[in-house]
Design a protein around this ligand. Structure first.
Ligand code: ZN
Length: 305
């Protein structure tokens, strides 16, 4: 049986190759390649989650508790949740994984049980696909593929270590066939493993279309919000650039206003104060009688009406 360090070293080397190959030959973004390679490295210890109280259980559960909420963040954001709610969900899922899942694995798994089997490798593969965020389904499969590769590398290595070279010939240990297997010796755990696998297959089948729908509604809501903001901004700009619009005058009359400003101040004063018309008219008879001044007065009256 390979030890913890051998498993992690093997899956890390495989993960580095998996990430580098995708980046070099398939134009996968660097961050995605790094994440998929890293997931492959970490997944090399996942099957030994059934080891009871060992290092793989402790490390994997702590790692999953930290990483799973972060992987879910992008997805939860598209549901339009508030930042406070996101923090609460993150904290809740951390506690659930760290203590709930840790307790469950310790209590209900046996070493070399169904965690060392192909259907459960499939379960982790599909869970990784569901957790992987992003709109491109191919990249989500690629990230999940990292988990599957790391998981299978562990199972393969366990089988390899059950071969031993004794006196010039290969000999099989009793552990042979307990890692890369399709079913175990307990009916209930077989049933549970295949049941979960079947359920995940159904969910994965419908999930991308469903998520696309959620994403589309999110984008539409965002577009609606920004359109309303744009309209408010346009209305505000309109109010600021046309300060006289509230007085009810039309555009040509406001352009006449500078002409009145060019006239002598007496006419402007007489125009602005229509209430006492008798004192100005005897003082400036020529000004008031000129048709231009009358027209100006008319425009002013109309302006203040
Ligand atoms: Zn193992």
């Amino acid at each position: 049986m390979a030890d913890f360090v051998t498993h992690i070293a093997t899956s890390t080397v495989l993960g580095a190759g998996y990430g580098a190959a995708a980046y070099a030959w398939y134009d996968v973004p660097l961050s995605t390649s790094l994440l998929a390679g890293g997931l492959c490295g970490v997944s090399g210890m996942l099957p030994d989650l059934d080891s009871g109280s060992g290092r793989p259980l402790r490390e994997s559960v702590a790692f999953a508790a930290a990483v799973v909420p972060m992987m879910l963040l992008e997805r939860l954001r598209t549901f339009g949740l508030t930042p406070e709610l996101l923090v609460l969900i993150g904290a809740g899922s951390y506690l659930l994984i760290r203590f709930g899942l840790g307790w469950f694995l310790k209590k209900f798994t046996v070493h070399r049980g169904m965690f060392h089997s192909l259907p459960v490798a499939g379960v982790f593969f599909l869970i990784a696909f569901l957790l992987a965020s992003g709109q491109e389904v191919a990249l989500r499969w690629y990230k999940a593929g990292g988990v599957l590769l790391g998981y299978l590398s562990h199972l393969g290595l366990d089988e390899l270590y059950s071969l031993e070279w004794v006196r010039g010939r290969w000999k099989l240990r009793r552990s042979f066939g307990t890692a890369l297997k399709l079913w175990g010796s307990h009916a209930w755990s077989n049933l549970l493993s295949y049941g979960v696998l079947g359920l995940l297959v159904v969910v994965v089948f419908f999930e991308p279309a469903w998520m696309e729908d959620v994403q589309r509604r999110y984008v539409e809501a965002q577009a609606q919000f920004w359109e309303s903001q744009r309209e408010r901004l346009a209305a505000l700009e309109n109010a600021l650039t046309q300060p006289h619009s509230r007085s009810g005058t039309q555009q040509p009359e406001t352009t006449k206003q500078p002409e009145s400003a060019r006239n002598p101040p007496e006419s402007a004063v007489s125009g602005q104060k229509p209430a006492p018309p008798s004192p100005p008219s005897p003082q400036n008879p020529t000004e008031d009688q000129s048709p231009a001044a009358q027209a100006e007065q008319g425009s002013f009256f109309r302006f203040f009406r």
